[in-house]
Design a protein around this ligand. Structure first.
Ligand code: BG6
Length: 304
């Protein structure tokens, strides 16, 4: 086992396996049997399971597991942009790249290691990336699974350039839901949002909680750091806690758009909802040598 993937708790397990393309995957297991699977392709979390083996993230039955395209599901990381502005590919290149295990990450706070199974991954700009986005960076990602099954992703992005650069980022989290019509999102009430279905026009959320009956593709701005995704049928709530990530993307392609996605089943929009912790509206600017940290913590609790 690579020492950089050492568990923070001797009873937690960290294993490295290979997928069918020969790409390393790290599997984290906590002492109760919950697990997280992370691929070095994109640094993408592909699975997050409870201690009863229940999968909490959606992956399409039509997902294509072949780099460079990101897998349709799990948690693709959108960096250095969200969306498709300019010459960069849609949602940036980080999700399409092969990351490496970070053998010597700068230390994090002891709370981010103790009692957790974790792995540290690293992405640096390649010569090819520099042609599309001429900024040298180091992107360090800590993915960890706590003893109580919480999944945490800590991103540290450092400017190793001699001039400033700006970026956007989103953890494009595909939550598995029982039936989208039974889901509501709380924590976005009264916020302004940019509607991708109306040329990013700005609106204000009016409802008490967000429910779903058609395609939704929005960026909610400056939200609080806790968002709840309630699944009535499953009687469970995903709790999203975030730091350094002011915005929240909410996406469900619904019926028509689903049919246009080659790696997504026609009816699968009913079983997923993307709710992303993100920093999009106000890109983050780093001076030479500066580092930004963003943190996303996901947990699931029974709904009373
Ligand atoms: C959403 C975008 O967040 O991601 C949508 O706002 C896009 O417009 C969706 O369709 C999925 O993107 P992709 O590149 O993974 O198909």
């Amino acid at each position: 086992m690579n020492p950089s993937a050492a568990a923070g708790d001797p009873r937690a397990i960290v294993e490295i396996t290979k997928d069918k393309n020969g790409i390393d995957q790290v599997v984290l297991r906590n002492p109760r049997g919950a697990s997280v699977q992370v691929s070095l392709h994109g640094g993408q979390v592909l699975s997050w399971k409870t201690d009863r083996g229940e999968e909490l993230l959606f992956t399409s039955s039509k997902a294509i597991f072949k780099p460079p395209a990101a897998v349709r599901g799990g948690i693709p990381i959108c960096f250095p942009q969200f969306g498709n502005r300019g010459s960069l590919e849609q949602h940036g290149f980080a999700r399409n790249k092969i990351w490496v295990i970070d053998d010597n990450p700068p230390p994090l706070h002891p709370n981010d290691s103790g009692g957790k199974a974790y792995t540290d991954l690293l992405l640096k700009s390649s010569e090819e990336d520099l042609k599309a986005w001429p900024h040298r960076f180091e992107f360090r990602l800590r993915v960890s699974l706590s003893a109580d099954g919480y999944l945490t992703m800590i991103s540290r992005i450092r400017n190793i350039n001699c001039k400033p650069f700006s970026f956007s980022i989103a953890y494009h989290t595909y939550f598995a839901v029982s039936d989208i019509s039974e889901v509501r999102v709380e924590g976005l009430e009264t916020l302004d949002y940019l509607d991708n279905l109306c040329q990013k026009e700005r609106f204000t959320e009016q409802g008490d909680a967000l429910t779903f009956e058609s395609e939704v593709d929005r960026i909610y701005l400056s939200s609080s750091d806790v968002i709840g995704v309630f699944d009535h049928e499953k009687k469970r709530t995903f709790v999203i806690r975030k730091e350094g990530l002011p915005d929240v993307v909410v996406w469900n392609p619904w019926e028509r758009k689903s049919k246009s996605l080659i790696d997504f089943g026609d009816e699968e929009y009913k079983q997923m909802l993307c709710v992303d912790g993100a920093a999009i509206e106000k890109p983050i600017t780093l001076k030479p040598g500066e580092e930004w940290t963003g943190r996303l913590e996901l947990s699931v609790v029974p709904t009373l």
